[in-house]
Write a protein that binds this ligand. Structure first.
Ligand code: NAD
Length: 649
C-alpha cells in the first residue's frame, strides 16, 4: 500500500482508507493507492466487499488542482472507476464532509453509497472551467431526470445528503458512525445478494421539449462563462448515446477544457484566494486570539460587520451615538436575522444563540474588554476624530482599533490616537455580511501582528483578505475611479450608458458601471468630485456626472439617474433626458460623437483598470498582480472566469 491509501480489515469487509489531507484530493498518489488497495484484496478470499472512505474530516473533495497544469498521467480516473464498477467484490462508499467533483464520481462508481447527515455532494467542475471528466455526466444522466442533471452539472452547486437520497444518488443516510453503517449495509447487501446495480447501467434521461428554454437559462446563469454551456451541450449530445460513447465524448471535452483560458483563469483565482493576505514580512508572525469585537456605528456597514462577526463565533458589542440611532440599528440587525431565518439559512435556535452574544448600547465603556473595535461611523474626519479619541480612553491599551473608512487617510486617523501602531484599516464591502472582499489597510505605523491578526480575523469571517497600503480609495476604489472615468470619457465621445453597460455585462460583470452607480446613488460621487474634480487621462475636465445630478437625477433612489426607472423597477430604461444632456455637453465641448464597438469599450474599460493597477503595484500599495485580481473579483463583480484584470497580461 502507499502512504496515500491503506487497507483496514473489518471482518470480511476491507476498508480502503484514502489519506491525503487536507481534503483527500484525487492526486496521482491517491489513485495509485486505490489501485494498490484493489490489487491487495481482489484475490483475497477472506474479503467479501470493499468500503472506500477517507482518514479524516471529509470524503474526497475533488481533483488535485495543482496537477491540472501538468499533462494527465496514469492511472486515469475513468479507467480506475470502471475497475471499481466491475470489481469482483462489491465496493461501497462511506461519505461525509464534502463529496465533490472526482470525489462524487468515485462515489458514483461504487455500488452502495451511505452518507453522514450534513454531507455536501456535487459536481462543481464548472467552477474551475471544466466539466466532470470521469463518467460523472453519464452516470448522473442514468440516475436522475435530464433537467436535474443539467442543474447539478451546470450550476456546480452542491446538494444536501437529504436531496441526494431523494434523487436516488445515495442509498442511505447514516444516523451515527458512517463507516460502521456502510460496512453493515454492505455486509447485508452481500448476504442477501442485493447489491445495487451499477450507476453506469440503464439508459440516459433524454431532454424534454423545453431544451431551448433550458439552454437560455443556463446561458443566462453562466454570465459569460463557457464551461456551463459546454456541459449543457454535452448532456444534450450524449443523452441518446450508449454509456461508453457518452463517456468517450465527455473525456474528450474534459481534456480539451483543462487547458482552456477559462480553466486556467479560474485555477488562478482559486490559487490566489488560497494565498490571500500573505506578505513576506508577516511570515511567522502569529495572529492574536480575539473573542470580543466592538463595532462603532450600527448603520448599513456596522450592522453587516456585526452580523458577520456573530455568525463567525465572536461576542459583539455595537455602539451607537444616540438612543434614536440605536433603535434604527436594532431594526437593521433584526432585518438581517429575519432574512437569514426567512431563507432557511439560520435556525431559530442558532439565531437565539447569536443574539446571546450580541450587545447593543450607547455606552462606549462597554468596550473595556474588547479585543478589536471596528469603527463604521459616517465618512467624516470630524466624526471619526471624536470616535477614536473616545476609543483611546475606553479600550484596553493593547486592543486593536480598526476603521472601515473607504477614502479617508488611515494614517491621519491613526494619529488621532495615542498609539497609532494599534490602528489598522479593515475595509469591508457592502453588504458586509455577504461580500467576500476585505481590504486590510496597513498604515505607516501599524504593528505587524495587528496586520496579521486582521487578516486572520477576515479569514475567520470567510472573507478574502487583501493587504493594501494607504492611498485614496486603497486598491479597489482607486481602480474603480479610473474605470468609471474611462466610461464617462467614452460617453463624452459618443457612447451611451447602455452601450457601456451592455459591453461590460457581455464581458461578465453582473452589472455595468452606470447601472451600479444608479444603484448606489450618484450623490456621494458628486460631493467627492466637488473637492476632487474628475479629469480624462489627457487632463481635460469631465463633468457629465455633475450635469446628470444637477438635472435632479440621483439614481434609483429617485427613479432617475443614468437611466429612467419605472416605479419599483430595479432595471433602468435608456433615458431621453440623459441622451439630451450628453448631446448638449458634446456640442458645448466641440466633440463630434463617434460610435464604439463592444470590443473597444471592453478594451478601454479593462485597460483603465490595468493601468491603475500597475501604478498601485509600482507604488507598493498592493503586493502583487494577484492581489489586484482578488480585489476586483471579490469586491467589484469582475468575472472570475476571466481571472482578474492582471491575469496573463
Ligand atoms: P451609515 O450612515 O449607514 O452608518 C453610520 C452609522 O454611524 C449611523 O448609524 C450613525 O448613527 C452612526 N454614528 C455616527 N456617529 C457616531 C458616533 N459618534 N458613535 C457611534 N455611532 C455613530 O454609513 P455606512 O454606509 O455604514 O458607512 C460607514 C463607514 O463605512 C463609512 O466610513 C463608509 O465610508 C464606510 N464604507 C461604506 C460602504 C458602503 O457601501 N456604504 C462600503 C465600505 C465602507
Amino acid at each position: 500500500m502507499t502512504s496515500a491509501a491503506r487497507i483496514e480489515k473489518h471482518g470480511s469487509i476491507a476498508v480502503l482508507v484514502i489519506d491525503n489531507p487536507p481534503v483527500h484530493a484525487l492526486s496521482t498518489a491517491v489513485k495509485l493507492g486505490i489501485v494498490a488497495g484493489l490489487d491487495a484484496v481482489e484475490h483475497d478470499s477472506s474479503v467479501t466487499g470493499v468500503v472506500i472512505t477517507t482518514a479524516s474530516k471529509t470524503f474526497v473533495a475533488g481533483a488535485d488542482l495543482k496537477e491540472m497544469d501538468r499533462p494527465l498521467e496514469p492511472p486515469f480516473l475513468p479507467e480506475l472507476l470502471a475497475r471499481i464498477d466491475a470489481f469482483p467484490k462489491p465496493v461501497a462508499a462511506a461519505l461525509y464532509g464534502n463529496v465533490l467533483g472526482g470525489g462524487f464520481e468515485l462515489a458514483l462508481a461504487c455500488r452502495l453509497r451511505v452518507a453522514a447527515p450534513g454531507t455536501k455532494i456535487g459536481l462543481p467542475e464548472v467552477k474551475v472551467g471544466l466539466i466532470p471528466g470521469s463518467t460523472g455526466t453519464q452516470r448522473l444522466l442514468r440516475r436522475v431526470d435530464f433537467n436535474t442533471a443539467v442543474d447539478v452539472i451546470t450550476s456546480g452547486k452542491p446538494m444536501s445528503a437529504a436531496r441526494a437520497l431523494e434523487l436516488g444518488l445515495i442509498h442511505q443516510i447514516s444516523s451515527g458512525d458512517v463507516r460502521a453503517d456502510t460496512i453493515a449495509a454492505l455486509e447485508r447487501a452481500v448476504a442477501e445478494n442485493k447489491v445495487p446495480a451499477s450507476s453506469a447501467s440503464g439508459v440516459a434521461a433524454l431532454p424534454g421539449a423545453d431544451v431551448g428554454t433550458l439552454e437560455a437559462s443556463v446561458k443566462k446563469a453562466a454570465r459569460g462563462a463557457l464551461a456551463p454551456l459546454h456541459a449543457f451541450r454535452l448532456l444534450v449530445e450524449t443523452a441518446p448515446l450508449s454509456y461508453e460513447d457518452g463517456c468517450k465524448k465527455e473525456r474528450e471535452l474534459f481534456v480539451q477544457l483543462r487547458s482552456s483560458f477559462e480553466a486556467r483563469a479560474l485555477r488562478h483565482s482559486f490559487a490566489a484566494e488560497r494565498n490571500a493576505g500573505r506578505a513576506p514580512d508577516l511570515a511567522g508572525i502569529a495572529a492574536r486570539n480575539l473573542s470580543h469585537v466592538g463595532v462603532i456605528g450600527g448603520g448599513l456597514m456596522g450592522c453587516g460587520i456585526a452580523f458577520a462577526s456573530l455568525t463567525s463565533g465572536y461576542a459583539v458589542t455595537v455602539v451607537e451615538g444616540s438612543d434614536a440611532a440605536m433603535d434604527a440599528a436594532r431594526g437593521r440587525m433584526d432585518a438581517l436575522f429575519a432574512s437569514s431565518l426567512g431563507s432557511g439559512r439560520m435556525t431559530e435556535a442558532k439565531a437565539t444563540e447569536l443574539r446571546s452574544r450580541l450587545a447593543m448600547t450607547t455606552d462606549y465603556a462597554k468596550l473595556g474588554d474588547a479585543d478589536l473595535v471596528i469603527e463604521a461611523v459616517f465618512e467624516s474626519m470630524d466624526v471619526k476624530r471624536a470616535v477614536f479619541t473616545k476609543l483611546d480612553e475606553v479600550t484596553r491599551p493593547d486592543a486593536i482599533l480598526a476603521s472601515n473608512t473607504s477614502y479617508l487617510d488611515l494614517d491621519a486617523i491613526a494619529d488621532i490616537t495615542k498609539n497609532p501602531a494599534r490602528v489598522v484599516g479593515i475595509h469591508f464591502f457592502s453588504p458586509a455580511h455577504i461580500m467576500r472582499l476585505v481590504e486590510v489597510v496597513r498604515g505607516a505605523k501599524t504593528q505587524k501582528d495587528i496586520v496579521a491578526t486582521s487578516v486572520a480575523f477576515a479569514r475567520k469571517l470567510g472573507k478574502v483578505p487583501v493587504i493594501t497600503g494607504v492611498c485614496e480609495g486603497f486598491c479597489g476604489n482607486r481602480i474603480l475611479k479610473y474605470y468609471r472615468i474611462a466610461g464617462e470619457a467614452m460617453l463624452e465621445d459618443g457612447a451611451s450608458p447602455q452601450d457601456i453597460d451592455a459591453a461590460m455585462n457581455f464581458y461578465g460583470f453582473p452589472m455595468g458601471p452606470f447601472a451600479v452607480q444608479d444603484l448606489a446613488g450618484l450623490e456621494i460621487a458628486y460631493a467627492n468630485r466637488k473637492n476632487n474634480p474628475a479629469k480624462r487621462p489627457d487632463g481635460r475636465p469631465l463633468d457629465l456626472l455633475e450635469r446628470v445630478v444637477d438635472a435632479g437625477r440621483k439614481g434609483q433612489k429617485n427613479a432617475k439617474g443614468w437611466y429612467d426607472y419605472a416605479p419599483g423597477a430595479r432595471r433602468g430604461e435608456p433615458s431621453d433626458e440623459v441622451m439630451a444632456l450628453l448631446a448638449q455637453a458634446r456640442a458645448e465641448k466641440g466633440i463630434t460623437p463617434r460610435s464604439f464597438s463592444r470590443d473597444e469599450i471592453i478594451e478601454k474599460m479593462i485597460g483603465a483598470m490595468r493601468n491603475e493597477a500597475r501604478k498601485l503595484i509600482a507604488e507598493g500599495i498592493v503586493g502583487s498582480p494577484d492581489d489586484v485580481d482578488l480585489v476586483l473579483i471579490h469586491g467589484y463583480g469582475f468575472p472570475a472566469h476571466k481571472g482578474g484584470p492582471m491575469f496573463e497580461v
